[in-house]
Structure formats: structure tokens, C-alpha cells
Ligand binder design. Structure first.
Ligand code: DMJ
Length: 578
């Protein structure tokens, strides 16, 4: 029986009892039921408007009530919003959209796309929706979750990204043409996050499809980044993927780097990979030593550790959530509260905030409805039940509705000082911001499952457990069921089995030819009575006992086993009955 009992600290945190509805400091905790409805209404205000005014374009333009392509030409908002539909309980619309996407989205297009964004939004969105399809009542095909239309789409999109990884360092280019591959003359300078943010989606793809190429390229890129860290253990912001030289040497936890750290932790939990976690913990030490001041995180020179920018960026607000995943709740709360003061000051998080001056930074006064602080509030509320976290949720709903709601959706806030708006609604608003808000106020959502319920699914490779919880959100908030990574294992194991047989075959051949040479030189050759046994009669006996035992393992069977839901929380296929 194959058990993986390494329950990560973060998961334990997620299982802690919560104290819903406890009064806040002012005695009035926000009412979760009320805010659930408000968040739902926000979602449909934006989503319906996208469908009506912008589909099939990537994004809605909320001020002109039309659409435009931004990150490709993928109907991106629809892909990004799909799993949010299920989280809000709308299975019929989920089912409809699955059909719509199959009919409308094509990746054979002459478009220069961001490798990073296509991965996190398109591949991540499709993978997550694929894995949630059954729960959403989609009639899945035989072989699901190891096959299915959304998985094929995710794979097709990811294959379009693979040429970007063909560099001398294995670190990918930032942009790829979906039809022609990497453009000649493409800049070789990629940001750190654009190199280290693939393992969650790509390892999931490899596990489901049986093709190791995705996980392999993601791991090579991670290893190269790790090897490129400075002597004091920090990474910079941009690197030349042809030479491996750092081009921008600012080290911090925000823009350009953020999801690299996030994926070391999430990759470690998803894959139960201690090496990835060890890398993160090393970085964490250096980050704390050189960049942390009073629970703020600054930017420093990666080789010297000297402060280069005393700035907080709104993208950095994912950090307390990440800290909570490694069980560092106290530090997480302190940093969260620092960031929350900035939200209170402006009714949103400006892109950059000058910490010593306590004010926005020129040309970075906007708030494009980002999710990060709300994301951290959701994780921390799961871990602590502290009502302050609901208060941030309440403030977010109130201020987003007040400042950014327009007739055709929600508009990016161009400047938090005067509430001027921009004609843009990024797809992450429906993928992340609304989703994390809803999950903050919905303690009973299936996403928060603590392993007390689950679905046992029969796959062509045996029985596996799905939907037991422990979901890992990719950096675009698309939840991946970690159990799913074990459902299609047989594909891999079948490959290994074949490789073993090949190895055995060739080693026999080699031994036989050696034997032939030997016997030919010492006398007439006779075939050995049993292949592979050239010596004593005992060996003949051992081989006779060994061979049938090996043959007893059928290549494609996976008998079910009794199990407990808690142990199955991270999911696994039970391989034999012993
Ligand atoms: C999203 O696309 C992802 O969360 C990414 O990691 C960072 N930027 C946006 C949200 O702010």
C-alpha cells in the first residue's frame, strides 16, 4: 500500500477549528452570509457584462462596454472564471462554458504570448476545470481524469510553450509565438517568476498525461535558478536565459520574483518534494536576514544586501498567505497587519508604497483590483479564525463596489488618490479576487474540505480518491486537487515497467554475448537453459522463483483498497492488496 503521510504544516493549519462569527474588536464581526451574497453579486455583475459585451475577446473593457485581446486571444476571462463558477455553486453555467471553450478556443494562432501568463491563466485554468468537471456534473469521458477535452486543451496550450525552454540554460524565454515558436531576435531577458512558475501546472500535466516533458522542463528551470542565487542566498529580478547572467539585481519578494517563491512551497506540498521546500527555507532565511525590517519586506541588492528600494508593492501581499502555508502564522499576521494599514489608508493597495514616507510612489498609484491581500486573508482566516481577516474582506467588498463599480463591470483604479479609473478589468479579478473573497466568507465551501468527504473514482489505472481537500491554488487561484496527481500514475509506472523490461533485456543480451565470447573461446557454444542464469544451479532455482513473481504484477491493474479519508487527504492510488 502506498501511503504518503507527510501532511504539510499548512494543511494542518487548514484543519484547525475556526470560530466563525466571533465579534471583531469593535464588537461587530462582518456577517459572512451577507458578504457571500454581495460577492456573488459582484461576480455576476462583471461576468454577465463580459459575456454580453466582450466575449470572445480576452477581457472586458468596463468603461466602453466592449472587449479586447490582451494576453493572447483565448477568451481569457472565460477560462479564468470557469472554476469560480463552481465555487459559487453554478454547475449549469460551468457545463455550458466547458462546451463553449471547446468550440471557440484554438491555440494554433499567430500570437506572441507570455509564457508565464499563458501557463498560469490558460493552462492552470483549464487543468483546474478539467479536474473539477465531474464535481460540476459534466459527463466525463471514460478515462477521466487521465483524459478529457479540457485536459487536451491544457496540454495543447502547454506544448505551445515548450519551445521557450529550449535555451542553453534551460530557463525559458518570456515570450513565444504560439504558431512559430520563439521569434528570432526575441529578448533573452526573463524575470525570475517567468522562469520559476511552472512546476504546479507542468507536474500536474505530466502526472495526468504520462508525458514527463512538462515536469522535466519546469524542474530544470528551477534548478538553474537555484544555482544562480548569490553568495548571500538571494535571487535578482531579471536574468539572461542564454548566458545565465543577472540583468536586474534587485532582490525582494514582489514583482518579477513573487510566484517563484510561491511555487517552491506549493510545488513542495503538491509533490511532497522535500528538496523544493528546502530551497524555499534557505531563501526564506536570506529574505528575513537582508530584506525584512519591522515585518515589512524591502528590496535589496542581491550580492551585497544593501537596500535599493524601501518600497512595499501590492504584489507582495501574497507573502503572509505563503508564510501561513509553512506554519509561520505569527510572522504572517504581523506582516498582514502592516499591509492592512496601507489598505485602510487608501481603500485599496497602491502598486507601490514608499514605506518611510508612508505614501504612494509616482506613477504607481493604481490598484488594478489585485487579489493578493485578500488571498492572504483567506489563508490566515483558515489558520486562525481571527475576525480581523473578515474585516479586510468587508473593507475590500465595500471599497471595490464604491470606487470601481461601473455599469459594465469593475474598472481598474488608475489612481487611489482621486479614484480615477482605467478601461480595464483584468481576468484575475474573476479568477482570484472574487474567488478568494467568496472563500473567505464561505467556510463550508467544498474547497475547504478537511478530508471528511471524498469521491472514489474508478480510473483505467485503478481506484483513486478525489475531492478530499488540500487543494493547491496555482498563482492565478486555480485549485488543483493534489490527489489527482496519483490517479494516472500507472501511465508512468507502466513506462517504468517497460523501461525495466528493456534494461533487463539488454543486460541479458550483453551477458549472453559475453557468455558466447567466453564459451566460444573455451569450447562449442550452448544456449543456457534459462536466460540470465549462467552459473550455479542455485541461481536457476532463484530465478525460477523470482520470474513468476515479477510476472504476477499486471501492468495495468490497480485494485482498490480500504482506506480512511484522512489518510487519503493528499490522494493516492492503492497499488496492491498487501
Ligand atoms: C495574477 O495574474 C497572479 O496572481 C500573478 O501571480 C501575479 N499577478 C496577478 C494578480 O495580481
Amino acid at each position: 500500500m502506498l501511503f504518503r503521510l507527510l501532511v504539510p504544516l499548512g494543511l494542518l493549519c487548514a484543519l484547525l477549528p475556526l470560530h466563525h462569527g466571533a465579534p471583531g474588536p469593535d464588537g461587530t464581526a462582518p456577517d459572512p452570509a451577507h458578504y457571500r451574497e454581495r460577492v456573488k453579486a459582484m461576480f455576476y455583475h462583471a461576468y454577465d457584462s463580459y459575456l454580453e459585451n466582450a466575449f470572445p475577446y480576452d477581457e472586458l473593457r468596463p468603461l466602453t462596454c466592449d472587449g479586447h485581446d490582451t494576453w493572447g486571444s483565448f477568451s481569457l476571462t472565460l477560462i479564468d472564471a470557469l472554476d469560480t463558477l463552481l465555487i459559487l455553486g453554478n454547475v449549469s453555467e460551468f457545463q455550458r462554458v466547458v462546451e463553449v471553450l471547446q468550440d471557440n478556443v484554438d491555440f494554433d494562432i499567430d500570437v506572441n504570448a507570455s509564457v508565464f501568463e499563458t501557463n498560469i491563466r490558460v493552462v492552470g485554468g483549464l487543468l483546474s476545470a478539467h479536474l473539477l468537471s465531474k464535481k460540476a456534473g459534466v459527463e466525463v469521458e471514460a478515462g477521466w481524469p487521465c483524459s478529457g477535452p479540457l485536459l487536451r486543451m491544457a496540454e495543447a496550450a502547454a506544448r505551445k510553450l515548450l519551445p521557450a525552454f529550449q535555451t542553453p540554460t534551460g530557463m525559458p524565454y518570456g515570450t513565444v509565438n504560439l504558431l512559430h515558436g520563439v521569434n528570432p531576435g526575441e529578448t533573452p531577458v526573463t524575470c525570475t517568476a517567468g522562469i520559476g512558475t511552472f512546476i504546479v501546472e507542468f507536474a500536474t500535466l505530466s502526472s495526468l498525461t504520462g508525458d514527463p516533458v512538462f515536469e522535466d522542463v519546469a524542474r530544470v528551470a528551477l534548478t538553474r535558478l537555484w544555482e544562480s542565487r548569490s553568495d548571500i542566498g538571494l535571487v535578482g529580478n531579471h536574468i539572461d536565459v542564454l548566458t545565465g547572467k543577472w540583468v536586474a539585481q534587485d532582490a525582494g519578494i514582489g514583482a518579477g520574483v513573487d510566484s517563484y517563491f510561491e511555487y517552491l512551497v506549493k510545488g513542495a506540498i503538491l509533490l511532497q518534494d522535500k528538496k523544493l521546500m528546502a530551497m524555499f527555507l534557505e531563501y526564506n532565511k536570506a529574505i528575513r536576514n537582508y530584506t525584512r525590517f519591522d515585518d515589512w519586506y524591502l528590496w535589496v541588492q542581491m550580492y551585497k544586501g544593501t537596500v535599493s528600494m524601501p518600497v512595499f508593492q501590492s504584489l507582495e501581499a501574497y507573502w503572509p498567505g505563503l508564510q501561513s502555508l509553512i506554519g509561520d502564522i505569527d510572522n504572517a499576521m504581523r506582516t498582514f497587519l502592516n499591509y492592512y494599514t496601507v489598505w485602510k489608508q487608501f481603500g485599496g493597495l497602491p502598486e507601490f508604497y514608499n514605506i518611510p514616507q508612508g505614501y504612494t510612489v509616482e506613477k504607481r498609484e493604481g490598484y488594478p483590483l489585485r487579489p493578493e491581500l485578500i488571498e492572504s486573508a483567506m489563508y490566515l482566516y483558515r489558520a486562525t479564525g481571527d475576525p480581523t481577516l473578515l474585516e479586510l474582506g468587508r473593507d475590500a467588498v465595500e471599497s471595490i463596489e464604491k470606487i470601481s463599480k461601473v455599469e459594465c463591470g469593475f474598472a481598474t483604479i488608475k489612481d487611489l488618490r482621486d479614484h480615477k479609473l482605467d478601461n480595464r478589468m483584468e481576468s484575475f479579478f474573476l479568477a482570484e479576487t472574487v474567488k478568494y473573497l467568496y472563500l473567505l466568507f464561505d467556510p463550508d465551501n467544498f474547497i475547504h474540505n478537511n478530508g471528511s468527504t471524498f469521491d472514489a473514482v474508478i480510473t483505467p489505472y485503478g481506484e483513486c480518491v478525489l475531492g478530499a481537500g488540500g487543494y493547491i491554488f496555482n498563482t492565478e487561484a486555480h485549485p488543483i486537487d493534489p490527489a489527482a496527481l496519483h490517479c494516472c500514475r500507472r501511465l508512468k509506472e507502466e513506462q517504468w515497467e517497460v523501461e525495466d523490461l528493456m534494461r533487463e533485456f539488454y543486460s541479458l543480451k550483453r551477458k549472453r554475448s559475453r557468455f558466447q565470447k567466453k564459451t566460444m573461446s573455451s569450447g562449442p557454444w550452448e544456449p543456457p537453459s534459462r536466460p540470465g542464469t549462467f552459473s550455479s544451479p542455485e541461481n536457476h532455482e532463484q530465478a525460477r522463483e523470482k520470474k513468476p513473481a515479477k510476472q504476477k504484477i499486471p501492468l495495468l491493474s490497480c485494485p482498490s483498497q480500504p482506506f480512511t479519508s484522512k489518510l487519503a487527504l493528499l490522494g493516492q492510488v492503492f497499488l496492491d492488496s498487501s
